[in-house]
Design a protein around this ligand. Sequence first.
Ligand SMILES: Cc1cc2nc3c(=O)[nH]c(=O)nc-3n(C[C@H](O)[C@H](O)[C@H](O)COP(=O)(O)OP(=O)(O)OC[C@H]3O[C@@H](n4cnc5c(N)ncnc54)[C@H](O)[C@@H]3O)c2cc1C
Length: 534
Amino acid sequence: MSDRVKAIIVGAGPAGLTAAYELAKAGQRVVVLESDPEYVGGISRTVNYRGYRFDIGGHRFFSKSQEVEELWTEILGADMLRRPRSSKIYYGGQFYSYPLKPFEALSKLGFFESAHCLLSFLVARLNPTRNPRTFEEWTVNQFGERLFQIFFKTYTEKVWGMSCSEISADWAAQRIKGLSLGSAIKHALLPKRKPKDRTKVVKTLIDTFRYPRRGPGMMWETCAGKVRKLGGEVILGRKVVGCRFDSASNLWTVTARGSDGSTEQYCGEHLISSMPIRELIAQIEPRLPEPALQAARSLRYRDFLTVGLIVKDRDRFSDNWIYIHDPNVQVGRVQNYKSWSPEMVPDPAFCSYGLEYFCFEGDGLWTTPDHDLIELAKGEIQQVNLAHSADVVDGCVIRQAKAYPVYDDAYQQHVATVRQAIDERFPTLHLVGRNGMHKYNNQDHAMMTAMLTAKNILAGQRRFDVWAVNQDAEYHEAGAAGAERAAGFTPAGVSPAAHGAVPAERVRGTLSPPPWTVGQAARQEEQTAEGASR
Ligand SMILES: Cc1cc2nc3c(=O)[nH]c(=O)nc-3n(C[C@H](O)[C@H](O)[C@H](O)COP(=O)(O)OP(=O)(O)OC[C@H]3O[C@@H](n4cnc5c(N)ncnc54)[C@H](O)[C@@H]3O)c2cc1C
């Protein structure tokens, strides 16, 4: 058993490492346990294959939160590049700029197709579906039936593996909010002015972003180095398999299994978990009541794999990524990592493409042998006119389980059940991050939940409600109801009603969000049309 630490942190992704860094800077002892034997960074890692670097989906660094932006600068300084954004949609054998440029799109679609699009847009405007319930209804309301068919349906169905008529409208409102045919036309016509207020930026439309010169993994490797320098431990190849709370000592004992099967135990005052809720809840002792166990078991995930191809550079395209809206190929999106940063390739005569396939762990695609997946990708990259398969000189496959927490009809209820059970029993257990909170969000959100958790631990009370962090990483002080909940740090017994706490005070220095309740915030999160992909 290790010496007792202030916090045991499960997962060395953005959330886990941010929590570790903030606590270590404040002089606290931390240990981070990461199951991956090689990489830190979680879904934001960068995989190195023979010097070619691949993200798990290209990772833009953009946040509406100044605090997060500043933390990225603090960690990487001049290694953070500002990169131009260029993305396209491949449809019907043609490439369309994305975000859509309406006049380019209409001219490429041709007169009849364009007229069809405009007509169906007008029909949707004049006769919208009242209270749209599905992704399809919501998007048709915004863009019209025909544009929905062309630019949203195929890709979204590839991502989720289900029909757009089964996907909730809530999700569309989250992911595409801020973008409509109207806003796209306005953006195309009006001179570009940079909004002074970062909160006013529509993420879909940003034309530059920051990016570490060697990919997102560089951020998290550097952060892990800083944690270690401050005396914290970041231990790779340790899968957490047991979390036991002792109410007599108020301490957590965490069991981690190494790759050789041996186990180690760690002891700490707080447990910060970024592992998927489904896995955490199954291993907590004393066991949670059956409804909470059942709720956690009901949470679902979508998985993802990238086929990395190393290709002779024939100057075929310089975009960062291209969405493939073509039902004849399985690939959903193609990344061109040399465009993200020239340092992503060791030899400028080659480029590295990431062909992204969405799947479920264990399904046909997931279990296809690497060699066959590389052959599939070679064929498909040629089919969509982005490279000649004879120019592909090598390839690799990177699988990412639980890339997306699924937002189905019941997930909010399941998460609420789990939260209530935890809050009532374990005030020193903190859920952070994407799968850690089952929140389908970017790094900045994951980091903010970790930053606030560190602040709560340092304050010795739950000053901030991490569940109230919205998708833009904006948050509120817990306020009166939160203060009540702060009591949760010592005795148990928190009213579930407190979860809906109306924030009393906004935190200075953050970008002023409207005073939403937690539920409203979740619904009003600004999203991106390519949100489907992140
Ligand atoms: C395709 C795609 C594209 C994306 N693009 C962007 C983007 O452009 N910009 C952006 O900001 N974000 C992007 N994201 C989102 C971003 O990747 C996540 O928000 C972020 O990585 C979440 O951080 P996290 O620490 O919460 O979780 P994770 O990154 O999932 O890290 C969790 C860590 O915990 C470890 N772990 C899990 N279980 C255990 C266990 N039992 N024991 C020990 N360790 C464990 C995992 O191995 C992992 O390292 C994208 C995501 C995807 C899937």
